[in-house]
Design a protein around this ligand. Sequence first.
Ligand SMILES: C[S@@+](CC[C@H](N)C(=O)[O-])C[C@H]1O[C@@H](n2cnc3c(N)ncnc32)[C@H](O)[C@@H]1O
Length: 267
Amino acid sequence: MAVGGLISRVGLDLAAFRVWELLRATDLRARLRNRRVRALAARELPLPPERLIVLVAGSPDLGWFVEGGKRAMESIRGALERNGAKLEDMQAVLDFGCGCGRVLRHCAGLQGPSLFGCDYNPELIAWSRRNLPFASFAVNDITPPLGWPDDSFDLVWALSVFTHLPEALQQHWLSELRRVLRPGGYILLTTQGAAYEASLSSEERAAFQRGELVVRAAGAPGTNLCSAFHPEQYIRERLAPGFDLLEFVPEGASGNPHQDQILLRKR
Ligand SMILES: C[S@@+](CC[C@H](N)C(=O)[O-])C[C@H]1O[C@@H](n2cnc3c(N)ncnc32)[C@H](O)[C@@H]1O
């Protein structure tokens, strides 16, 4: 009974959240601003419709979709370079939870690695396949596995994806991403940390301060309604067995403002 109640509560919250996402996507002022961005970008890669932008960025702002993706790419490059690695020297990289290619689109023309993206939302992947021909895309399930063999990638990044997964799924996915990474390969994650403490309830904040992972709406995994908050202590001590933590940069994810950026290396 208690579990049934929990599920239907999450179901209702999710239905309301979906309506909110749709309303965000039809915001008239944002659409007018976006028309200017679309006109300016007419000769570049196609830009996704507002409904898909809201799914990956939480806002229909196309200017930010482009600028935020660019900053995210710079942020990934920065972390690699600080740790003696370079994107151009890699053979294959994966954007896990790539959405409609907000970040990958800034790799068009990149010399070096083959580019891959995957997401559990087939609509986002269908758009990416049609419009970002320089990368290969795959749909995965909300739970592992991925379709690639062991040791396929030099780098996997997952920007604001573990922020929407409950604890058990985070652990399963980290171990699956570890499988598809070659030894010595990198994972770059972004998470919601201390910068979000003020938005937590007093009970959540107490758990966060004890170093516990806080997850809201765990019954809606993968959606933006599900929200995870990672204390630094949890990241350092519990998040990623089998990896070395190379870097933890508080609010370092410049394409995902206020999120922390974490660089891990497979042992
Ligand atoms: C907040 S969006 C971020 C999208 C993209 N990483 C970016 O920075 O623009 C979270 C993305 O993670 C995807 N996602 C959530 N759970 C997933 C899972 N289990 N497997 C693959 N993708 C997932 C969602 O569909 C969504 O595209």
